[in-house]
Write a protein that binds this ligand. Sequence first.
Ligand SMILES: C[S@@+](CC[C@H](N)C(=O)[O-])C[C@H]1O[C@@H](n2cnc3c(N)ncnc32)[C@H](O)[C@@H]1O
Length: 205
Amino acid sequence: MTFRYDDVLNPLRTAYDTDASSRDAGDKQPWKLAERQAFGDRLTTGARLLEIGAGTGHDSTYFQQRGTAVVATDLSADMVARCRAKGLDAHVMDFLNLNFPAGSFDAVYALNCLLHVPNRDFPTVLSRIAGVLRPGGLFFLGVYGGTENSEGPLTDDVLVPARFFSWRTDDRLQALATDAGFTIVDFHTVDVGSGHRFQSLTLRR
Ligand SMILES: C[S@@+](CC[C@H](N)C(=O)[O-])C[C@H]1O[C@@H](n2cnc3c(N)ncnc32)[C@H](O)[C@@H]1O
């Protein structure tokens, strides 16, 4: 079965709208703090960063407090409202509709959100991200995956409706990134327990 971006979008929006409150209250695991710090260390003060799939804005707030000029975007209006309540410049925008001038960001940060994009549409999403990055700009792409290529709604999801996920092997993920014209600056994985494996990619346009 081939899954398409337009078909998974509304169920994802509904699921995350209902989950915004509990996500906002949750703490970030130490490995996530380390990932964002490492990416932040690569940026110069005053760099302009776009966070996509920003959720409730915890990471955007962190980058802003470091002196980065941040714009946060998310599919879910409830998530974006929580970003704005934190004083962030935040907008409801999905990955295929990033309404910004070409090359207007020095960096893009995407943590655990691009695993919601079907393979069929992933190259187009990557090209939209490349489009808003300046040449030489940095892109953090972090997702769960690693052992097989498979996609579909999560059978035992805690959210309703069940969210669509695409799991990719290390080789497949890196090939998708380089096929989209990015250069790999760093790739590593993190064993985060509970059978999950995190893939951390830092890319340069
Ligand atoms: C697992 S949460 C991660 C949130 C945040 N990045 C974090 O790590 O805490 C995934 C986020 O991606 C957003 N999202 C999913 N599909 C999206 C799409 N097509 N465009 C924009 N945001 C999307 C969801 O609304 C949700 O806030």
